[in-house]
Write a protein that binds this ligand. Sequence first.
Ligand code: ASP
Length: 322
Amino acid sequence: MNHILVLHTGGTIAMKEDLQTGKVHPENDNPLLSAVLTLPENTKLTVEEFFNLPSPHITPRHMLELKKRIQQAALQNFTGVVITHGTDTLEETAFFLDTTIGDLLPIVITGAMRSSNEVGSDGLYNYESAIRVAACPQSKGKGVLVVMNDEIHSARYVTKTHTTNVATFRTPTLGPIGLITKSQIQFMQMLIEIKRMDVTHVDGAIPIIKAYAGMQTDLLDILAQGNLDGLVIEALGAGNLPPKTRIPLQKMLARNIPIVLVSRCFNGSAEAVYDYPGGGKELQQMGIIFCPTLNSQKARLKLLIASNCHLTKQELIDFMQQ
Ligand code: ASP
């Protein structure tokens, strides 16, 4: 018997459109609660309205609350968890849970691009698909899964790629790890093992800065004087920066503030290749940690987790680079 815990957290999937003004707004009564669902065989749900928040209001503290509830659910013998969530920060909550407790039990996150009363609303369909995936025995040991639009993505690599299209969630370079068909859940890729770090706190200031052609140092100069717990920089190409930026970055490193570098490219892996002022080789030598395959919002969460686990310098490098 599958006993799945559903945690609703809000987002478009729980919203309605005002048909007169076109404004999409949160509802007091989640439309998913009154929906008639087709459940997989031998499956029962326990449903909790955990939050009712647009996902731009979600913070790492909310993610920590979700994590604690899921850990409790595992002790209560639930066989899987489905989370409904706004799509704007869905990948961050999914990644946070994956990096902390992703192998505990099947955890499936879904959302919608069209609210509950819009023509072509995808919420109920995605919700049923997520329940099917959470109830599927093959979903065990695959980390946190993001289910949208008939596809299953690993929380590790998935990202929101389109502002409005229902096919917004994509996994650059690798593609989805599975598909949902009328009658089956098909997994097609295996994930490599990663080290997970459970956390009890998510405190700290870790901003993200994006590099661009002609970047000046004004913002970095301010940050170099502030109380930071880390910095994530979205660098150019394989991992290079405009040369002037090295001065404030050097100051931060001298103060033992960890700096993690990701690429601003949508595809591929960050790697120290180039040997010129501001090139990746020099940045790595300075002590900047390359985080090869994550986007900046995920690298930030990973650094926040690492920072709250008080890792040594080498442990931090190994954790960020895996
Ligand atoms: N702005 C909405 C949110 O993230 C978008 C969505 O749910 O799709 O809450």
